[in-house]
Design a protein around this ligand. Sequence first.
Ligand SMILES: *Cc1c(COP(=O)(O)O)cnc(C)c1O
Length: 368
Amino acid sequence: MQVPLLDLKAQYAPLKEETMKAVSEVFDSQYFIMGPKVKEFEEAMEKYTGAKHALGVSSGTDALLLALMALGIGAGDEVITTPYTFFATAGSIARTGATPVFVDIDPVTFNINANQIEAKVTEKTKAILPVHLYGQCADMDVIRAVAKKHGLFIIEDGAQAIGAKYKGEQAGTMGTVGCFSFFPSKNLGGAGDGGLVTTNDDEVFEKLEKMRVHGMHPKYYHKYIGGNFRLDALQAVVLSVKLPHLNDWHEGRRKNAAFYSKAFENCKNIITPKEMAGNYMIFNQYIVRVPNRDKVFAGLKEAGIGCDIYYPVSLHMQECFAYLGYKKGAFPESEKAASETLALPIYAELTDEQKQYVADTLIKLVEG
Ligand SMILES: *Cc1c(COP(=O)(O)O)cnc(C)c1O
């Protein structure tokens, strides 16, 4: 049996006709960049997230970069974040000229250890940038308390967490700016690159909106230095077709997660994800910790099961961040997670047979 890590064809099949019709309309209009289709999608995203403002942008990475730029973060500033995330989180901070300051993760949720943030605040700190990793929100009560006490912005990296909830609040609406990605492997994936920023702050919105198009307003008059962070109409219509199904896909992933967690219940060597009290996790990834991870990883691949490692190298150990001066051992939980974790197929369209096969194979590989 073959079980890919992600099968987007299964998701696309029932939506093909509607998607092609929407795409065809964009071609007929020849209106490709921004315009009414992007606006429509942004309004739908405002409704979905509950944020006052939502702006379509060119990618999740650009969402982060634009958010940092709009908040005036740059050289001489520090931004506190996690070293256990996709590169773009810290990469975007560095690209503004600011310094990423890492805080180790909580070993249970893999999110930034909120209780260790305050110790890293200095007079240069401008923002906290938590990541809602794998689809579960970071500990926002503590993060908000620290931000409030020290007058810091919060930029949420919700690239893996669209629709995730924390004590009833939506990911991307709990800080100053929320950032999302529509990379095809996210729970809401486009037909290429795309992203979104959200905010409840009118002044921040004004800057985000202008800086998305070179800080330009009116045409050819530039109040700020922005960039080209625009979303294509083609992406907007593809995403608009998918959005009404997003909550069902979340539920499908949650059911699959429950299936695996039950199957692994009696295997003490397989540590399964834990949804924290008050959270609604959307399982962009289902991550287990296993002993001999690299051997298990190879075994799964050999058995025809798609799996991957998110992420094999903690960001403080990346070559390009050597200038930050962190040494091996600086963030033990992050480094440990990088050597123990493994992502299993979790997409909503998995069949019962596929799930059973994944579970049986993993148990056999781990328990011998
Ligand atoms: C995917 C991802 C990004 C970047 O999104 P792109 O759309 O690929 O640029 C940023 N942060 C995290 C945590 C991600 O998973």
